[in-house]
Write a protein that binds this ligand. Structure first.
Ligand code: HEC
Length: 108
């Protein structure tokens, strides 16, 4: 029994570390952002067009926003006048960072 525990513990720990320290940016983005921003970051989806998503494959658009600003907008939500563009995210800080890092890779 004791031996089993010794074997199981590091495995569980490795799994836990894996899911927090290395959040899967592409997966998080695909599940939570792509419906508006698009798989390619261009925002040409139905929702994206309706809400006015910018083209994040465009280097100029990417350069106009810092990582800190991007993080804040995703975490706290983004409004324009009375219109909600993005709701405050329920994702963990690590997942938000990972999804933004992934968005950065969509720059052409
Ligand atoms: C309901 C649609 C929707 C979803 C879902 C969504 N966004 Fe947005 N997002 C927008 C709109 C609309 C804007 C404002 C126009 C723009 O910058 O593209 C925006 C803006 C942004 C900005 C720029 C913020 C700023 O301060 O200018 C970033 C970065 C961003 N989104 C990243 C994300 C990430 C990462 C996710 C997923 C975790 C996500 N968005 C999910 C609609 C959405």
């Amino acid at each position: 029994m004791k031996k089993l525990l010794v074997l199981a513990l590091p495995a569980a720990l490795a799994l836990a570390l894996n899911s927090t320290a290395f959040a899967d940016g592409a997966g998080v983005y695909g599940d939570n952002c792509a419906k508006c921003h698009g798989d390619d970051g261009k925002g040409a989806t139905k929702m994206g067009t309706k809400l006015g998503c910018k083209d994040y494959s465009d280097a100029t658009v990417q350069a106009a926003i810092t990582d800190d600003q991007a993080f804040k907008s995703v975490k706290e939500g983004l409004k324009k006048d009375d219109k909600t563009l993005m709701k405050p995210s329920e994702l963990s800080d690590d997942d938000i960072k990972a999804s933004i890092a992934y968005l950065r890779t969509l720059k052409k």
